[in-house]
Design a binder for this molecule. Structure first.
Ligand code: PMP
Length: 350
C-alpha cells in the first residue's frame, strides 16, 4: 500500500493509561468534576435531535461568544476541540516546503499536525526556565515560515508568556505570517503579567487566539473549542475543516456552560483548582523539587533521566501522570484527595 511514509511513521496521539483502582488519572489535564447538572441536562436534551445533522457553523454559540468578547460573529470559529481548529489553521496556511515554528517542548499534537499538512516543523528549544524563547522563535522566521504557534500557559511546562514578551514578538514577526496563540488553559491563569490574547484581538491582522471548553468548562468529552481572529484567516480555516465536525450535543453543552448560573459554578471550580495548583507547587518546592511557574491546571516536574522511574513509582502509588521520557512529568491538578497522595509519593521520590 502506497501510504505517505511520513504519515505512516507518525506516532499515534497518546492518551493516559486508565487510573488504577482507587487511584487518580492526572495525565490529561482534565477537569476532575463531572458536569454541573444543568449542563448535563442540556446535553441530554440535545440528544433528542441526533437523527438530524447539526448546524455545523454553531451560529448560536458563535453569537454568544461574539457578544461576550465584543467581536463580530464572523470573527469567531467553533471547532471539534481546539486541536481540530489548530489543524484547520495549519492546513490553511502551510503545505509542502513551508515551515511552522513552535517552542519545544510544547503540546504533543503540534508536530503531527504539521506533518499531516506536509509542512516542516521548526522546534525552538524552551528557555532554561521552561518558558518559550520568543526572541529565538522570531529569529527563526525564514521566507518559508507560514505559521508560528505560541502556547500560553505552555503545555506541559505550565509557564506563561508575558504580555510584554508577546507584544515584542508580534512586532518582530512579519504581519503576513499567521500567529496561533493557543490559550487552552487561559481560565486558570492568575499571573497578571501573562498575555491575554482576547485583549489583543483587532490589533494584529495575523493573530488568531484559540480557546477550549475542554479544560475550565469541563467538556473534554464532547469536543468543542473556538478561535477568535481576522475573518479572512477564519474563512480559510473553515475551508479546511472536515464538514459537520461540531455536533449539536457539543454546542448545547457549551451554551449551557456559558449560562450565568452554570458558568459561575464552573468558574468557582476553576478558582479552587488554581488555588490547589498554587498549594501543590509550593509544597513540592518545599520538598526540594524544582517546579517552573505553573499557570495551567497542571505542574511540571523536570525529572530528566529519572522520568520513567518516577512515573512508575507514581503509578504504583495510584497516580497516572504524563511522562515524557528523558525530560519530565506533567501532573494535572485533580481531585482534592489526589494532592495528598501525590505529595506523599513525591516526598519519598525527591
Ligand atoms: N492546546 C493545548 C495546549 C492543549 O493542552 C490541548 C489539550 N490537551 C488542546 C489544545 C486541545 O484541547 P481540545 O481539543 O480538547 O480543545
Amino acid at each position: 500500500m502506497r501510504l505517505r511514509p511520513e504519515i505512516a511513521a507518525l506516532p499515534p496521539y497518546r492518551q493516559g493509561r486508565p487510573a488504577p483502582a482507587d487511584g487518580f488519572k492526572l495525565s490529561s489535564n482534565e477537569n476532575p468534576w463531572p458536569p454541573v447538572a444543568a449542563v448535563e441536562a442540556a446535553i441530554a436534551a440535545a440528544a433528542s435531535e441526533v437523527h438530524r445533522y447539526p448546524d455545523a457553523t454553531a451560529l448560536t454559540l458563535r453569537e454568544r461568544l461574539a457578544e461576550r468578547y465584543g467581536v463580530a460573529v464572523d470573527e469567531v470559529l467553533v471547532g471539534a476541540g481546539s486541536v481540530s481548529l489548530l489543524a484547520q489553521f495549519v492546513l490553511a496556511a502551510a503545505g509542502p516546503g513551508d515551515e511552522v515554528v513552535y517552542s519545544w517542548r510544547s503540546f504533543e499534537a503540534y508536530p503531527g499536525l504539521v506533518t499531516v499538512a506536509g509542512a516542516t516543523s521548526v522546534q525552538v528549544p524552551n528557555r532554561p526556565d521552561h518558558g518559550h524563547d520568543l526572541d529565538a522563535m522570531a529569529a527563526a522566521v525564514t521566507d518559508r515560515t507560514r505559521v508560528l504557534i505560541v502556547c500560553s500557559p505552555n503545555n506541559p511546562t505550565g509557564v506563561p508568556v508575558t504580555a510584554e514578551e508577546f507584544e515584542r514578538f508580534m512586532a518582530r514577526v512579519p504581519s503576513d505570517r499567521l500567529v496561533l496563540l493557543d490559550e487552552a488553559y487561559a481560565e486558570f491563569v492568575r499571573d497578571e503579567a501573562s498575555v491575554d490574547g482576547i485583549s489583543l484581538i483587532g490589533r494584529h491582522p495575523n493573530l488568531v487566539v484559540l480557546r477550549t471548553f475542554s479544560k475550565a468548562y469541563g467538556l473534554a468529552g464532547v469536543r468543542i473549542g473556538y478561535a477568535i481572529g481576522p475573518v479572512p484567516i477564519l474563512d480559510a480555516a473553515r475551508a479546511t475543516a472536515i464538514p459537520l465536525g461540531v455536533t449539536g450535543v457539543a454546542t448545547a453543552g457549551a451554551l449551557a456552560a456559558l449560562e450565568p448560573a452554570n458558568e459561575a459554578e464552573l468558574l468557582a471550580r476553576v478558582d479552587a483548582l488554581a488555588e490547589r495548583r498554587e498549594a501543590l507547587r509550593d509544597a513540592l518546592i518545599a520538598q526540594g523539587w524544582e517546579i517552573p511557574a505553573a499557570q495551567g491546571n497542571f505542574v511540571w516536574l523536570p525529572t530528566g533521566d529519572r522520568t520513567v522511574e518516577v512515573a512508575e513509582a507514581l503509578f504504583d502509588g495510584g497516580i497516572v501522570a504524563r511522562a515524557f521520557p528523558g525530560d519530565g512529568i506533567r501532573v494535572s491538578v485533580g481531585e482534592h484527595e489526589s494532592v495528598d497522595v501525590l505529595l506523599r509519593l513525591l516526598g519519598e521520590l525527591v
